[in-house]
Unconditional design. Structure first.
Length: 414
């Protein structure tokens, strides 16, 4: 009954939000950005309590990093909303048109999905990103965050609701599930009568649970067992810089690298320096026999390591014979998120681009760029790793569907 009530309120709000002009939506977004900054001190104080509780429960540092809000992170959230304002509104865009011989005019245009629900874990910035993108694309949104961030998320949602009311709009365009029990989450996953699309964001366990139990169409996002393959022609300094960035800039996010594949012919030249750089940044290295030969403090990797998304200061390293083995390894263990090759060989680069099945494939660049903001989409609702409807960073267009508009002057089918 709890989720049903949220769903009914969202359906009511959806009708109004779907019809808003671009100007009104942009006004709400700008006021929401200002309200976030105005309330930042209060939000941070509430967030500190969530962080303290999480620390007491013994979660890992990368989890705490995702959970923690600072003045800068709140400013980034506000800037994300402002950036969405600058983006073209996809709603109402005509993407196809044709006049049939019988005079019927058939057009296809973008329309909102309707009610979007998002189940996510410990990143409060998702609350702001989801609100901004869903509002601009004309959708109502229901959020179910993790228990660790519940008070922070409630505080952020309250700010947005106040702005909506101030603008004489339905405040239920954004709602948060305040009950974080598994029973309520299961109820949400079955609410297909009220929710059009369900998007899980978080660990592989969360995403698989949603995919396996939901009766609502899902967009699979986030699981990132990402690889970097250093080819024998790759520049070693570039390789080290790319790897350090991809592993240590924010190890707890889905586009951080988890496994390195190193061509056997450069192992002795690359590994000692790479090992020192990683260890100096407190990264635990798990490797095969050759890796352990060249990196003194590394430990033996198991088969489980090749399939693990650590979300932590841990990296697995494997020596491979060449490009063929690297491609096979990624095909077996990758999660179709982000994959990179470091190479100066044009043919190898093109083979990697063409044969790797992933949402984002890189040549000589960090996997950390797989991000809606970095791609120029504004904020993102998630990184889709599936192939239907949306793939890669999901921006405004990915939160719309289409409908056909047919105009006639009395035609009937014979």
């Amino acid at each position: 009954m709890y989720i049903e009530n949220l769903g009914l309120l969202a359906r009511e709000a959806e009708i109004q939000i779907a019809q808003l002009s671009t100007e009104i939506k942009n006004e709400v977004l700008l006021k929401s950005a200002e309200a976030l900054l105005k309330n930042s001190t209060k939000i941070i104080e509430i967030n500190k309590k969530d962080v303290e509780k999480a620390k007491e429960s013994g979660v890992k540092d990368a989890f705490i990093d995702r959970l923690t809000l600072t003045e800068k992170r709140i400013k980034d959230m506000a800037d994300g909303l402002k950036q969405i304002v600058s983006l073209n509104d996809p709603v109402g865009e005509f993407i196809y048109g044709k006049t049939l011989p019988n005079g019927l005019i058939i057009q296809q245009k973008r329309v909102p999905l309707g009610v979007v629900a998002i189940i996510f874990e410990s990143r409060p910035n998702v609350t702001a990103d989801a609100f901004g993108l869903c509002l601009k694309s004309g959708n109502a949104v229901i959020l179910r965050g993790g228990k660790e961030a519940i008070n922070t998320n409630i505080a952020i949602v309250k700010v947005f609701k106040e702005v909506l009311k101030e603008c004489n709009l339905n405040e239920n365009a954004i709602q948060i599930v305040e009950n974080t029990s598994h029973e309520i989450a299961n109820e949400l996953m079955k609410a297909h009568e009220y929710i059009d699309v369900l998007i899980p964001r978080g660990s592989s366990r969360l995403i698989n649970t949603v995919i396996n139990n939901s009766t609502i169409p899902c967009i699979q996002t986030g699981v990132g067992n990402c690889h970097i393959f250093v080819d024998e022609s790759g520049k070693l300094d570039d390789a080290i810089n790319i790897i350090i960035n991809a592993k240590t800039q924010r190890p707890g996010v889905c586009n951080a690298v988890e496994t390195l594949l190193i061509h056997k012919n450069i192992a002795k030249d690359l590994l000692p320096n790479l090992g020192r750089e990683l260890i100096s940044r407190n990264v635990e290295i798990r490797g095969d026999e050759t890796v352990r030969k060249y990196i003194e403090n590394s430990v033996e990797a198991t088969k489980e390591d090749w399939a693990t998304e650590y979300e932590d200061y841990i990296v697995a390293i494997k020596i491979v014979e060449g490009l063929d083995e690297a491609i096979k390894h990624i095909a077996k263990y990758g999660t179709k998120h982000s994959e990179c090759i470091v190479t100066e060989n044009y043919s190898n680069a093109q083979r990697f681009l063409n044969e790797i099945d992933a949402a984002a494939v890189y040549i000589n660049a960090s996997t950390r760029f797989t991000d809606g903001g970095q791609f120029g989409f504004g904020a993102e609702i998630g990184i889709s790793t599936q192939k239907l409807h949306a793939r890669g960073p999901m921006g405004l267009k990915e939160l719309t569907t289409t409908k056909y508009v047919i105009m006639g002057n009395g035609q009937v089918r014979k």
